[in-house]
Write a protein that binds this ligand. Structure first.
Ligand code: COA
Ligand code: ZN
Length: 305
C-alpha cells in the first residue's frame, strides 16, 4: 500500500458555493493560486452549473481560462459538472478532468439536480462515453454514499453496486461522499475495506464533511482501510446548499496534520497552506473552521514534519 496521500482541495467549489459572500472571479483565483503554492496535488476550482441554482459558481469558464493562461500555476485542476450541458461547457473552457456526481438516494438526486438517481447514472454514462472520445478524465462522486438527509441511512450494498457500475463505465476515480457529515468511522472502515479489496485502493477516494466532528476520525478509518485519496477544504469551508444540515468539509489543515504526523506523505508545505487558509477566511469573511488551524498557526514550525 502506498505511503503517498493525494489530497484535492475542494474549497474553491464545495466551500465557496455555500458562503454568504459571493467572491469575484479574481478573488476565487487568488485563493486557488494560494493553494497552488502549497504544493497541493489537486484543486476543484469550481462547477459548471446553473448560475440560478448556485450563483457563487457563475463565471467558472472565465476563471478556468485565467488559470490556464497563468504559466506559474501548474496544479492539476478539476471542476464539477451536473449534466451533459455542464460537461460541454467544461470542455469548451479547457478542462481536462471533470467531476460528475451520482447519488445514493433518489431524493438527493431530485433536490440537487432535478433528476432521479437512475437518470443521473444515465447522464454520467453519456458523459463518460464522450469524455473517452475527448481524452478527458472523469471522476465520479457518489453523493450521500452513507446517509441521505431525506431517506436516512444508505445500505452499503447500494453504494457498492453504484461504485462497481462507475468503475465498469471507465471512471478515472470514484469518490465516496459523506455529503452531510453523518457517517461514523466503523461504517466508513467497513465500506472502504470491502471496496479496496474488490477494486484496489488507487481508484477510490473519500470526501467527508465535519458536521458532527467526525471528519478526521472518518479520514483515519479510511486511511486504515487503504484509501489514499481525499477531498478536503481549506479552512474547513463548505456545505451543500441543497442538503439541509450539511456543514463544512473536513479541513485540509486537519487532514494534512493527521497524515503527516502518521508518516504519510502529502507533498504539501504547511506554511503555505496556512497562508491559503488565512486568505480563505479573509476573502469569505468567516473564521477558519479547521480544528487544528489556530494551533498550527502558532506552532507548525515546531513540528518536525
Ligand atoms: N450550467 C449552466 N446552465 C445550465 C446547466 C449547466 N450545467 N444545465 C442546464 N442549464 C440551464 C438550462 O440551459 C436552462 O436555462 P434557461 O432557463 O435559460 O433555458 C436552465 O438551466 C434550466 O434547465 P433545466 O434542464 O430545466 O434544469 P433544471 O432547472 O432542472 O436544473 C441543473 C438542473 C442541474 C441545471 C441545476 O439544478 C444545477 O445546476 N444544479 C447544480 C447543483 C449543484 O451544484 N449542487 C452542488 C454540488 S453537488
Ligand atoms: Zn461535499
Amino acid at each position: 500500500m502506498s505511503n503517498q496521500v493525494v489530497i484535492t482541495d475542494v474549497g474553491p467549489r464545495d466551500g465557496l458555493q455555500n458562503q454568504k459572500k459571493i467572491l469575484s472571479i479574481s478573488e476565487r483565483a487568488e485563493l486557488i493560486y494560494a493553494l497552488g503554492r502549497s504544493g497541493i496535488p489537486g484543486i476543484e476550482v469550481g462547477s459548471f452549473v446553473s448560475p440560478r441554482a448556485v450563483p457563487a459558481m457563475a463565471g467558472t469558464d472565465k476563471l478556468v481560462d485565467d488559470l490556464n493562461k497563468t504559466k506559474s500555476f501548474q496544479t492539476p485542476i478539476v471542476a464539477l459538472v451536473p449534466n451533459l450541458k455542464g460537461y460541454h461547457m467544461a470542455r469548451e473552457a479547457g478542462m481536462r478532468h471533470v467531476v460528475m456526481v451520482v447519488y445514493g438516494s433518489d431524493a438527493m438526486a431530485k433536490k440537487n439536480v432535478a433528476m432521479s438517481k437512475a437518470e443521473a447514472e444515465k447522464n454520467i454514462e453519456e458523459i463518460m462515453a464522450e469524455a473517452a472520445r475527448d481524452g478527458i478524465d472523469v471522476t465520479a462522486t457518489v453523493a450521500v454514499a452513507f446517509e441521505c438527509p431525506f431517506e436516512g441511512k444508505i445500505e452499503p450494498v447500494i453504494t457498492e453496486r453504484i461504485v462497481e457500475r462507475l468503475i465498469d463505465m471507465g471512471a478515472a476515480n470514484v469518490v465516496l461522499a459523506d455529503t452531510i457529515g453523518a457517517a461514523h468511522p466503523r461504517q466508513v472502515g467497513d465500506l472502504t475495506t470491502n471496496l479496496v479489496q474488490k477494486h484496489g485502493f488507487d481508484i477510490l477516494g473519500c470526501h467527508f464533511h465535519d458536521t458532527r466532528g467526525l471528519g478526521v476520525a472518518n479520514v483515519y478509518a479510511a486511511l486504515q482501510a487503504g484509501i489514499r485519496r481525499f477531498d478536503s477544504s481549506i479552512a474547513g469551508l463548505g456545505g451543500c446548499p441543497f442538503a439541509p444540515g450539511a456543514s463544512g468539509n473536513v479541513a485540509t489543515e486537519d487532514v494534512v496534520l493527521l497524515c503527516e504526523q502518521m508518516g504519510f506523505a502529502t507533498g504539501i508545505d504547511i506554511s503555505e497552506l496556512l497562508i491559503a487558509s488565512e486568505r480563505a477566511a479573509r476573502l469569505t469573511e468567516t473564521d477558519a473552521q479547521g480544528r487544528s488551524t489556530v494551533w498550527l498557526r502558532d506552532n507548525h514550525k515546531k513540528l518536525d514534519l
